[in-house]
Write a protein that binds this ligand. Structure first.
Ligand SMILES: NC(=O)c1ccc[n+]([C@@H]2O[C@H](COP(=O)([O-])OP(=O)(O)OC[C@H]3O[C@@H](n4cnc5c(N)ncnc54)[C@H](OP(=O)(O)O)[C@@H]3O)[C@@H](O)[C@H]2O)c1
Length: 325
């Protein structure tokens, strides 16, 4: 980047971040460390997103111009039996935040969403203009994330024309996130230390995405004049869970991690052999041409990461930190 987008946030109004303790929330804490504008990070104990009153209260108290929602009900399988909770956190909470920001002058609302709003209606990677759903084909988590997206767009559409011209929203749809928290790559590294053989699903395709990079993108979009809307935020490339597991274990082995598991002993299985409460799409691939274009306009560069580069750094960090412990 030819400039620091963090600098562009200096001297601005307060920034309120929900989801302080999640993977993206923790990455935002690091990324927003040097911003001069006051940044308030809220965890569950500060504001329970199940309570509309609690959300409204913190918005009124801090009067932020910029709201970043990195919180979500992310327990995909549990959501099947807790639909009311998933919808409250993933749809109603962002709706309240969106209504608040849409009424501000020059406000910005950043919200993260998911590849699970799609359900195998396409063989190629999905564009932002592709129709999500249909609702009855999505898992409950996907339904709740889609309801959140729709509520945000509606809140901005409904706001006063004078303000809606000035306030912006960005829905960052992403997939297969890894960072400081529970995620697939960490699970593979942990299991690889204990097991000599592992079976991993080979018929679900997506793009692994770094939480740190997603935090950086949020800041860049806030600092940009990019148009409001949905952005597919994934790096270049695509892979399957099985190929990702093999790649991560190869990297960990090369970094001389003492693993019981050899990459060749990670066996590919169809998803039908790994039954989960929530049905996941086979095709989770998101097409990121819109984001690429926006970043190029913002920063004047066409450099764009490949998923392998970020996974490589991440696995090396994980190996390093486990050898320090
Ligand atoms: N993880 C993925 O693979 C993935 C893939 C696609 C999209 N996304 C999206 O990316 C965003 C961030 O994901 P992530 O991986 O960073 O999630 P995460 O690590 O699970 O963090 C979610 C955070 O939300 C908080 N939260 C949940 N319910 C809450 C409530 N009732 N009140 C207040 N806080 C609550 C959790 O608080 P506690 O720490 O107290 O539990 C947690 O800190 C979400 O919008 C998610 O849908 C994630």
């Amino acid at each position: 980047m030819p400039y620091s987008s963090v600098e562009l946030l200096d001297n601005r109004e307060p920034i309120l971040v929900f989801g302080r303790d999640g993977q993206i929330g923790k990455a935002l804490q690091i990324y927003l460390k040097n911003v001069q504008a006051p940044v308030i990070f809220l965890g569950r104990s500060d504001c329970d997103l199940l309570s509309a009153d609690s959300i409204q209260e913190v918005l009124n108290r801090y009067q932020p111009k910029i709201v970043i929602n990195a919180a979500a009900y992310t327990a995909v399988d549990q959501a099947e039996s807790q639909a009311d909770l998933a919808f409250a956190v993933n749809a109603r909470a962002p709706e309240i935040m969106a209504h608040y920001v849409a009424r501000q002058s020059q406000g910005v609302f950043i919200h993260y969403s998911s590849d699970y709003v799609f359900s195998d209606t396409k063989l190629d990677a999905y564009l932002e203009t592709d129709m999500p759903g249909p609702m009855d084909q999505l898992c409950v988590y996907g339904q709740s994330k889609l309801a959140g997206e729709e509520a945000i767009a509606k809140a901005f559409d409904l706001s006063e024309p004078s303000n809606s011209e000035m306030s912006r929203y960005y829905i960052l749809r992403t997939s297969w996130v890894y960072g400081d928290g529970y995620n697939f790559i960490k699970t593979m590294l942990r299991l690889a230390a204990e097991r000599q053989e592992l079976k991993v699903v080979m018929d679900q395709w997506g793009v692994p995405t770094s939480a740190s990079w997603l935090a950086e993108l949020a800041v860049q979009l806030v600092a940009s004049q990019a148009e409001s809307g949905i952005y597919h935020c994934v790096p270049d490339g695509e892979t399957s869970w099985h190929a990702l597991a093999v790649y991560a274990i190869e990297l960990a082995s090369a970094a001389s991690h003492s693993l019981a598991l050899k990459p060749e002993n990670i066996l590919p299985i169809p998803s039908g052999d790994y039954v989960t409460a929530a049905k996941r799409p086979h095709n989770s691939r998101l097409h990121h041409v819109k984001l690429k274009r926006a970043l190029a306009e913002m920063a004047g560069t066409s450099v764009y990461p490949k998923w392998q580069e970020h996974v490589k750094s991440y696995v090396q960090e994980c190996v390093q930190s486990s050898s320090n412990n």
